[in-house]
Design a protein around this ligand. Structure first.
Ligand code: SF4
Length: 297
């Protein structure tokens, strides 16, 4: 029996669905029930009546699914698939920031741990960060953990944004020199960049958006330099088969590459690894996530 057949059989037996982030390997995207960005997958996780969610992505995404749907069993096939950016800002650090800026509202990127979310006022994704920050009722906003996304938001809102110095190592590694070289070799290509990229790279981009924003900006006869995780190109190519895409050097997120078809089968057969969070963390972390869904969808 192929991995695909085993996965289909286990899904039926367990009433399971498979959610995969846009950065997952192509073969994982191809067997998933839904492929999307953090916001879309969070909303799906909150609405599904499946008994098991297999979350193919990284730790904070599976945690968000559990927080939004605590009665459901949420599995992450690879326990070591952890986002380094999420680990860059702790709950304790947010409490300290609140003491220093008592008037500020804390807006937290969903790329953060459940413990950190429990300290936030509202979450955001790269798709809705600007409208969420505009909507909060405060002139001063603490934005964690991504300094690049926070700096991008700060240029589009009329508020004081206090930045944290977290970053995504994958997006941070893409340089303006790499992009300029791709532009020289592909003069007709438009640069599309994720706002986790540095401001130097974003200044070179004609399209700046979340992964789902990139999908909606595509034209089937277009040519694009894609400044985000490499396997986003698989999703983009399926959406616009006539378009041409160029990946940027170093655009691989190692934890996103840990999930395999084999590990999904093992996950379903052994019900590992279950996302376990305390009731207190679930209750407190759900508040900023639900505020985001209400404000930003
Ligand atoms: S691409 Fe960056 S932010 Fe996204 S999961 Fe990987 S390390 Fe984390």
């Amino acid at each position: 029996m192929s991995y695909q057949e085993r996965i289909d059989t286990l899904k039926r037996e367990l009433r399971a669905i498979i959610l995969a982030h846009n950065y997952q390997p192509p073969e994982v995207q191809d067997i998933a029930d839904h492929v999307g960005d953090s916001l879309g997958l969070s909303i799906l996780a909150s609405e599904t009546n499946a008994e098991v969610i297999v979350f193919c992505g990284v730790d904070f995404m599976a945690e968000s699914a559990k927080i939004l749907n605590p009665e459901t069993t949420v599995l992450i096939p690879e326990k070591g698939a952890k986002c380094p950016m999420a680990a860059m800002c702790t709950a304790e650090a947010i409490r300290e920031m609140r003491k220093r800026y008592p008037e500020a509202v804390v807006v937290g990127y969903v790329n953060s741990t459940a413990e950190s979310k429990a300290e936030m006022d509202v979450c955001c994704t790269s798709a809705n960060a600007i409208p969420v920050v505009r909507a909060v009722e405060a002139d001063q906003v603490i934005f964690v953990p991504d300094g690049n996304l926070g700096a991008y938001v700060a240029k589009h809102v009329d508020k004081e944004i206090i930045l944290w110095d977290g970053f995504c190592p994958t997006h941070q590694s893409m340089t303006a020199t790499d992009i300029a070289s791709l532009q020289r070799h592909n003069p007709g290509a438009k640069v599309m960049a994720h706002p986790e990229c540095t401001s130097e790279v974003l200044e070179m981009a004609e399209i700046i958006g979340s992964t789902e924003g990139m999908v909606t900006a595509l034209s089937d006869d277009g040519e694009y330099i894609v400044a985000t995780e490499r396997d986003m190109i698989h999703r983009l190519s399926k959406t616009a088969p006539g378009a041409r895409f160029h990946e940027v050097r170093g655009s691989v997120c190692p934890p996103m590459k840990m999930t395999t078809l084999e590990s999904i089968v093992r996950s379903l057969e052994t019900m590992t690894w279950k996302v376990e969070l305390s009731d207190d963390i679930i209750r407190r972390a759900r508040i900023p996530l639900q505020r985001m869904i209400q404000m930003g969808r």
